[in-house]
Design a protein around this ligand. Structure first.
Ligand code: FAD
Ligand code: MLT
Ligand code: ZN
Length: 474
């Protein structure tokens, strides 16, 4: 258990009595799960690192039910952890002690799609893939895409402000979420359900819930500005010799592909080796120090293909790219995307993964991987780099067959201090969750953290919502 591993002290919360349990289950018409053993998969996170011992999970179907649950828990001082698809990578979605799990998976209705404005109104438990299938019928798509799309939910995406593979083109959820309904710790329902792009009527309350990882309220519904489903999609898989060339390639792609560039991702050679060894996935080009995936989204295939072809010819002629190919059909493109999207899964096969998700200015970007490799040497199985180059977002992952305290202590706090010194961010897109609270000060000033505490105290004075997460423990 995580609490035991870190010798944490349980907050001064009410213990769940049999009567409390019965009452809470009646509030969701019996849609709950009882018993620590029965909750095995919900008590542990995707990385299998943070593990709690909740004995009660509730699956509300309506906002009213979420409100009743929180009202009751607030009155009894019972702690609650919001949970969506449980694909979060910082341990925010699972209990640390015995918090009641409020799981949104039954709140999965798409309420409205407006094909003209491109706005979708959906409940928090809608799975990203499911949303995209319904939107495709209206030639629309969600403005984000990520490897966890088969399980992650809208509420989880919004509360982590998830970035993903196409942020460079479609922007962040902070900009694309137009409206929201959320329930506060005491059960109050806050209705900010606008579907407008422009609304400058004072404080933007919904932003409090975006990226706050379930510590300020539970998102029950949201309206999101979707993007047009592109009728022309191209994918190029390229080999590059040095990271300086990856950087140059990005700058060239932005200039030459302009408005059609929709993704610019990289994986290093150690990633390719891992994908081959652990998932039997092979790249469509010969092995090289770096592989780059460039995608275009547009509406005119002749125009897009001509543009991409001219760009590729130019970067191959000047030696920026040493080898490359373009997918001839969508099946090939899907297969090639697997090499990037399944990186997280592939690393899990090694045993234990030390996962870091940092923003680093592009001139220092890959240096961190080299520095960590030198520091860790033979003590680790792999130290790999991949990520969203277009957003200056590096995923550096280190693996060992099993957890090693020695390796852990060689990595932390060194890695976060290194990132802080180059003015990066210790968490680019995954959030703070349980795992990074003690390093928050390396990316936020003392005054900013004090403001965060003021907000938390104002919105959840009893601290019952997702305790032990985001803010450093006092
Ligand atoms: P959960 O994991 O269930 O919860 C995440 C956090 O949100 C928790 O703190 C939880 O308490 C809170 N929460 C959940 N639902 C609600 C709600 N309704 N109201 C309030 N709080 C809530 N992230 C990226 O940013 N970019 C990526 O490219 C990316 N790729 C990924 C690929 C894989 C294979 C995996 C496993 C994860 C990836 N992630 C990525 C992590 C990412 O944060 C999540 O996948 C996703 O956004 C979380 O959604 P979820 O429904 O699983 O939320
Ligand atoms: C990704 O971009 O693949 C995700 O953020 C998951 C990860 O970092 O492993
Ligand atoms: Zn990512």
């Amino acid at each position: 258990y995580t609490a035991e591993k870190y010798a944490l002290k349980r907050g001064d919360y009410g213990a769940l009595t049999q009567d409390d349990q019965n009452h809470l289950i009646s509030l969701v018409n019996g849609k709950g799960i009882v018993g620590e053993k029965e909750l095995e998969g919900y008590n542990v996170d995707w990385m299998r690192i943070v593990r709690g011992k909740s004995e009660l999970l509730l699956k509300p179907e309506t906002t009213q039910q979420v409100s009743s649950i929180l009202k009751f828990c607030h009155s009894k001082n019972i702690a609650v952890v919001p949970q969506g698809g449980n694909t979060g990578l910082v341990g925010g979605s699972v209990p640390v002690f015995d918090e009641v799990i409020l799981n949104t998976s039954l709140m999965n209705k798409v309420e409205k799609i407006d094909p003209v404005s491109g706005v979708v109104v959906a409940q928090a438990g809608c799975i990203l893939d499911q949303l995209n299938s319904e939107l495709a019928e209206h030639k629309l798509m969600m403005p984000l895409d990520l490897g966890a799309k088969g399980s992650c939910q809208l509420g989880g995406n919004i509360s982590t402000n998830a970035g993903g593979l196409r942020l460079l083109r479609y922007g962040s959820l902070r900009g694309n979420v137009l409206g929201m309904e959320a329930v506060l710790a005491d059960g109050t329902i806050v209705d900010c359900m606008q579907t407008l792009r422009k609304d400058n009527t004072g404080y933007d309350i919904k932003q409090h819930f975006i990226g706050s990882e379930g510590t300020l309220g539970i998102i029950t519904k949201a309206s999101v500005l979707c993007a047009a489903l592109p009728s022309s999609v191209n994918l190029a898989f390229l080999s590059v010799n040095a990271f300086a060339d990856v950087r140059r390639l990005f700058s060239r792609a932005r200039d030459d592909l302009g408005e059609i560039l929709s993704a610019f991702e990289f994986i290093d050679n150690s990633c390719l080796v891992c994908l081959e060894e652990n998932l039997k996935l092979t790249p469509p080009v010969d092995q090289s120090p770096f592989a780059v995936v460039i995608e275009t989204h547009g509406s005119n295939s002749t125009h897009d293909f001509e543009k991409l072809e001219a760009f590729l010819e130019s970067v191959m002629n000047d030696g920026t790219v040493i080898d490359g190919c373009v997918a001839e059909d969508s099946q090939k493109a899907t297969n090639w995307w697997q090499l990037r999207e399944r990186m997280a899964e592939s690393l899990m096969h090694d045993g234990y993964v030390y996962k870091y998700d940092v923003s680093v200015p592009l001139d220092k970007f890959y240096e961190l991987v080299t520095v960590m490799r030198e520091r860790l040497g033979e003590k680790v199985l792999r130290c790999v780099g991949y990520g969203h180059v277009g957003d200056s977002n590096l995923h550096i992952n280190i693996t060992t067959p099993a957890y090693s305290k020695e390796v852990d202590q060689l990595i932390e706090p060194f890695i976060f201090e290194w990132v802080s010194q180059v003015n990066g961010s210790i968490s680019a897109e995954h959030g703070i969750g349980f795992k990074k609270t003690q390093f928050l000060h390396l990316s936020k000033s003392a005054e900013a953290i004090a403001q965060m505490r003021l907000l938390k105290n104002a919105m959840d004075p009893k601290n019952i919502l997702n305790p032990y997460k985001v803010l450093p423990l006092l």
